[in-house]
Design a protein around this ligand. Sequence first.
Ligand code: SAH
Ligand code: SF4
Ligand code: F3S
Length: 475
Amino acid sequence: MSKPFDISLESLVKPALPVDAGATQAPAQPTDGGKSFYIETFGCQMNAHDSEKVAGVLLARGYRPASSAAQADLMFYNTCSIREKAAQKVFSRLGEWRGEHTKIIGVLGCVAQQEGEEIFERAPWVRLVCGSASYRRLPELIDELESGGRRVTGLDLDTDETFETEITRRDNPIRAYVTIIEGCDYACSYCVVPHTRGPERSRPSDAVLNEARRLADAGYTEIQLLGQTVNSYHDPSPRGLSFVDLLRAVAAVDGIRRVRFTTSHPNDFTREIVEAIDDTPELCEHVHLPVQSGSNRVLRAMRRTYTREEYLEKISWIRAARRPINVTSDIIVGFPGETDDEFQETIGLLDAIGYDGVFSFIYSPRPNTTASSMSGAIPEPEKLRRLAYLQEHQRQIQMARNAALVGSTQEVLVDSRHAARGQWSGRTSSNRVVNFVSQRQNLLGEYARVRIERSGPNSLVGEHAVDTTGGRHGT
Ligand code: SAH
Ligand code: SF4
Ligand code: F3S
């Protein structure tokens, strides 16, 4: 399974945090010799976190983690369908198990939801297909297979439930993910997510806050709130917290020093969010606010529901804040009918905003989306040319922005170590990567003050400042 963190370092962190037990139920102890599982995860942070929850469900049922796919009795692929390449990768992985009889092979996530029972046609050795809106049924589906069922599916999208688990296995001992909203009610013309993750469902604020408290008790100091449109959050419980109320409440949990949230939709991005960041030090100085295109015609065709001017106004609120808030974005190049002038409008927007990071993609036509039947497809080589041009342009912007930080001192939450380079690595509140040297033996999970000496387009390099280093709880 892909890991954001070198798990071998986990033992160095105090305390090691493999599972986050629910308030009411302790995990069943995995029994030696019991069945084992392995999960390989593709796609976004929502998927990465879903895999942590699925692992929790399996641990609670007595399964133990296998050290490799080959050794596992249960092999799950948690899949992504956002672009064609991602979906193809899943089928090539499944092909490696052709004719497999001893293992249970399961497909979860967005390709499962999108392709449904087609997967059994293409890979008859697969025995479970389940989309994220049906994960609450996983225990029952696994029971069915264990009692001799040949094939099971969970493909119901029409649900208002969220995926609550008794325990969650945490793969990252430094930063904990917390889902606050699932699904998506937008209908961007290029995007599969509303079809693969179902309608928008917010999680009751009590469940979110209880989880945040448990994580703080377990030693986590950084929490990342997750949702495809995280800032569309509306508390369904009688407390009726707004997104900003929830941000402030999570930030107020004892022991939590950093709160991040992703992904924000520009349409639901309010001044109140900027005000909350400004007056709440625990809220990180970073907003990921995907724009997709700088051209109003393309934005309309994408059905993004805002104009370039409206987006720029929101950016102006962020730039007027007292704290220096980083802004990052997603861009799609080569949307059907995008002219070179329209592409240049996107480049102009990058200049006007000065993003600190951009994830850029070439448009990929996806099944069941309205854009896939639009005329004006851009030839592949031209899409690639635009992508390379945009990435080089953005690289220059980031070089200049990062260079301005040389000489400053930054607080870094240390999350890994490059043994070969003798460097520690971590992130600033603004989500910049900082690599640095230190005399200290173990800094994982600590907040270190680092003097920045050099900069590149994607990271900063520095030296541990001798004056202070805050512990996990700011000691
Ligand atoms: N919910 C988030 C993004 C979800 S998908 C939002 O609305 O911002 C992550 C990114 O993948 C999107 O922001 C978009 O830039 C990209 N993406 C989505 N569908 C795509 C497609 N069909 N082709 C290329 N990129 C795509
Ligand atoms: Fe996809 Fe648009 Fe929903 Fe984001 S807001 S997940 S891009 S449909
Ligand atoms: Fe991919 Fe599904 Fe996430 S399509 S990006 S895994 S929501």
